[in-house]
Structures are given as C-alpha cells and as structure tokens.
Design a protein. Structure first.
Lengths: 468, 82
C-alpha cells in the first residue's frame, strides 16, 4: 500500500504538533500555511532581520514559542511545507490551494485532512468602529509582536476576555501609552465561572497579576462598562471613546487608537466547505463544527484541531493537534499511529477536558456582550466592508420579514463583503435576534463560501493548466 | 502597512462613503487594508513586505482590472485570431 496523503492546514500550535505526530509515525504530510513563516498568530515569528529575543517577544510563553519553532525547524525536511498558500476550497476529498507569490494553484487529493485554521477576534460593533484607528485586539498585539509598533500614541482597549488584559499589559511593558482598559464583563464574576477558572490556577493567578500591574502603571481599569460611541471624524480617524461605567455614569477617554475584541471566533469556513455538521454552543453563543473528543468531524477523513474548532488557546491547540493526528493515523490503520493513539489518547483527552473547563469559566466571567446588539444605534455600522448599518438589518426584519441570517444577507449584503462575514456575522445575528425577539440560534449562521478569501479569478485557470 | 501608517493615519478611503480606513485585523482576514501597486495589482498591506523603490497607490487605478501575464497572453491570442 502506498503512503496515505495527509494534509495539515495551518502551522500554528495545533498544525505543528499534528505534523510532528505524523512525521514520528514515518509519514510525510503536506503542510499548508497562509503565512510567510510558521508559528500561526499566537507564536507569530518576526520578519527576517528583526532581532528581539524570545523573552521580549513572547514573555511568559517564550519557552513554548521557542519549543514550537524548534519543532517546526526539525520537521521542515520531513514535510512538504507550502507557505504563503491559501486553502480556499474543499471538494469531495480534494483540497484546493493557491500559492500567492508564484500564483501557483493545486488540487490535492487527501486521505486525511487535519484543519487547524485558528481563529480571529470576535467583534461586537460599537458606533464609530469603522473610523481609521480602530483595530482588533489581535491586530494590536500583532503590531507589537511582528513590527514592534503600537497602534497609536494614546491607546484605549475595549472588550472582554483574557486577550484584553494581556494585550494591555504587553503594551505597558513595551512602553506604550495605554489610557484605559474598558471591560464589558460584569464587575463581579458569576459564581458559576469560578469552578472553571480554578481548573488552571496558574493562569488565573497570572491574569490577576496583570490587572494589578496595569493599575500600578496608572491605566484606568473599568469593568462593567457599556460602550456608547467611538468619537472621531471620518477623514481624521479616532479621537476618543464614550462609555457608561458600572455606576451608570458617562465617561469619556481621549485616544488616537482603539483596540477592541471579545474573545475569539473560530475560522470554521473550511470545515463548513467540507460539509461538516455544526452545532450551536449556548455558552459562547456561537456555531462550532461538531466533533468527537479526538477531533473527528462528522465527515470521514476530516479532522479539526485548535482554535478553529474549539477556542482553548495555544496549549489546548498543541494537545488537540497531536490528538487529531493520532486519531487520523489510527483511522487510516497505520500500525505506528495506532499504537501511539492507544498510548496517548486518554492523557490528551483529559488535558483537553481540563482546558475546556477553564474556557467555560472564562466564557462565564467575561461573556460575549450580546445585549449590546440590541442597544446599537440604527446609524451604527455593523458590516465594516460595505458600511451596512444596524438600522438596515432591522429594516430587513421589520419590513421584509427576514428571520434568518442568510436571508438578511441576500437583502442587505451583510456578510457578503470582502471579509465574508468574519467581523460582522456574529453581531448581525444578534441584531436580528434582538429585533425579531427570537433566540439567536434560530437566526442561523452565515454559510461558508469558496473561495474563503478574495483571490484572483485566474487562479482557477492556472490550476487547470498546472494539472495538464 | 506599518511603513504607510508611520506616515499618516489612513491607508485608503472606504468605497461606501464612510471615511478613511487604516486596516483592522492585521492578520489577513478583514481585507480592510487593500492598496494597489503601479500595475493595479491589489495588495493586502498587512501581509505585504515593503521593498526598496516600491510604489503603492492608495486608490485603485481608473481602469481597475489587473492585467496578469496569462490575461495578456489570452488577449494577444484573441487579437491575433481576429
């Protein structure tokens, strides 16, 4: 029997650990990476020629980042690594890719596909978030990590979740001026969140320490805020933000840049194109691909790992990547993979279960602020790509009778722009649910469409040429 | 992108009349940082490395259809055929 073709999409923590398990068992997987270099977003590598060391770049996670990069270097000659390559479609056992710098397209027939596509920031619009100078929290961190830059000279961070405090403290440490950290989570976390948070006490401790450090650095730290509007002029960009604090008082902060985000949103388009089933997770109020504890999707031969399937963070992604690869080899009936799967399965599952406890704690302590969708002014832009407002979405419900997200998309173009609903999809669903007075899960989710990102039309043509 | 934003606060104008834009996600997902090179080829600023002598346009050229190598061939072939 010839060696099976196993394709891994993504070279973040999940993808690299999956590839490592495959190589250990003697396979030569194909690794698809949209980035220029491995590492994914969390352990993103700085461009060639930058010389900051690991401690400066990755802080407390330096040894993990180093470990992952080293693993990748060691794997490099044992894998078919394709960087700057976008996996843009999946059809019947085939993955379609396009390599940007050489305009090269391929159609790869796979025996097993492990999708480690990661996540983006999850956004709830605030009036004025389309002004120049508003960035996602992830973007704020990338500016610092990849380019040693701050997003502005006076920065406010708004949102909720661990990344909010992490990015703010990284900015302070790097010497940037952080005016305020505005958290929409309730002042006192619900009791139910504690059990989850205590499942990883070290992380909880680190989080609390971060908050203390921010306070000491003179950063205004507000919890329980409700964002009202981001101020600024269309031609000039952001000049400040107005929120109400936990006591209901209006507070204004001047800033020339704003970083915002609420946890992460799984990049699940490829799983969708592979026809994997999805289910709604009430706690985080998002649709996620259905999978078993080892990462098997509902489609035979398609495996999911990392934040693209469950938002467990980098450590969880490493474990999930390895487990998915072992499960894939077990299912392919490869003897070496089978043995290893039996050996490690229980330990990895247990690790993931513990991380999921923590995730649930975080989701309860720092909830997705779905109520904001209801109070969003009609004039506020929901879709940044095409400047579609909350009022327009409400009109689709009230006047045109829409109750379903893809239906509203057809009427209003929400989610049809160049980001393909990545930044408006969840919020648009909440706006529709609130105005129609129906549960958000009945509004549905935007269907994934190929190509998953904009690309040149001729890429398809090149593909047929390359095949002949 | 950093090279451009180091010089000013915006990258381009929104096509939908709501003002200047300066990118949003920096990870190649939001497509808010589109700029163009001299030939009209679209660049995603956040994933494009700046090079010596590079020219970048903050608006698409008037005839916004990038003429790629294969399109050129195709056009030449159809012209020859006509």
């Amino acid at each position: 029997m010839s060696e099976p073709t196993v394709v891994v999409v993504g070279t973040g923590p999940a993808g690299v650990r999956a590839a490592e398990a495959l190589v250990e068992a003697g396979l030569r997987p194909i690794l698809i990476d949209e980035g220029l270099r491995d590492g994914g977003q969390i352990y993103r590598r700085q461009p060639e020629g930058f010389k900051r060391d690991y401690a400066v770049l990755y802080g407390s996670e330096a040894s993990k980042a180093h470990g992952l990069h080293q693993t990748f270097e060691a794997l490099r000659q044992h894998v078919d690594y394709r960087s700057e390559t976008l996996a843009w479609n999946i059809t019947q056992g085939h993955l379609h890719t396009v390599q940007s710098s050489q305009a090269r397209s391929d159609e790869i027939a796979f025996d097993a596909l492990i999708i480690c596509s990661g996540a983006t920031d999850r956004l709830m619009p605030v009036q004025g978030w389309n002004l120049a100078g508003c960035f996602s929290l992830g973007a704020s961190q990338i500016a610092l990590k990849a380019q040693a830059c701050s997003i502005g000279s006076r920065v406010v961070f708004l949102g909720s979740g661990p990344l909010l405090y992490l990015v703010a403290s990284q900015y302070v440490k790097a010497g940037a001026k952080v005016v305020a950290v505005l958290d929409t989570a309730p002042l006192i976390p619900p009791l139910a969140s504690l059990r989850g948070l205590l499942s990883r006490p070290l992380l909880l401790w680190r989080g609390l320490q971060m908050m203390v450090q921010l306070k000491r650095a003179g950063v205004a730290l507000l919890k329980g805020v409700k964002p009202l509007r981001i101020e600024g002029r269309p031609d000039q960009g952001v000049s400040g933000i107005v929120v109400t604090d936990a006591g209901g008082r209006e507070r204004q902060f001047s800033a020339d840049a704003l970083g915002m985000g609420w946890h992460l949103r799984a990049e699940s388009q490829l799983a969708d194109l592979a026809a994997c089933e999805f289910s709604f997770e009430p706690l985080s109020r998002q649709w996620l691909p259905r999978m078993d504890p080892d990462g098997r999707s509902s489609q035979a031969g398609v495996y999911l790992a990392g934040d693209g399937a469950r938002i467990l963070g980098a450590d969880g992604a490493e474990a999930a990547g390895r487990l998915a690869a072992l499960a894939a080899m077990n299912d392919l009936q490869l003897p070496a993979g089978r043995v290893q799967y039996q050996l490690e399965r229980d330990r990895l599952r247990q690790q993931l279960a513990q991380m999921d406890q923590f995730r649930q704690g975080l989701a309860r302590a720092f909830p997705w602020p779905h109520q904001q969708a209801e109070s969003l002014p009609d004039a506020a832009v929901v879709c940044r790509c095409e400047a579609i407002t909350a009022g327009e979405l409400r009109r689709c419900v009230n006047e045109l009778g829409s109750r379903e997200l893809n239906h509203v998309k057809a009427f209003s173009r929400v989610g049809m722009g160049r980001c393909q609903g990545r930044y408006c999809g969840h919020a648009a669903a909440e706006v529709i649910a609130a105005v129609a007075h129906i549960p958000v899960e009945t509004v549905g989710r935007l269907r994934g469409q190929a190509p998953v990102k904009p690309m040149l039309m001729n890429a398809c043509e090149v593909s047929s040429g390359a095949q002949s | 992108m950093v090279a451009m934003l180091g010089q000013g606060r915006k990258l381009r104008q929104s096509e939908f009349g709501d003002g200047a834009r300066a990118g949003f996600c920096l990870m190649g997902a939001c497509q808010d940082c589109w700029v163009w090179d001299e030939t009209g080829q679209r660049l995603r600023a956040c994933t494009t490395v700046v090079l010596d002598g590079m020219t970048v346009r903050t608006a698409p050229p008037e005839q916004y259809w990038p003429v790629t190598a294969d399109l050129q061939q195709h056009l030449a072939a159809s012209e020859a055929g006509s």
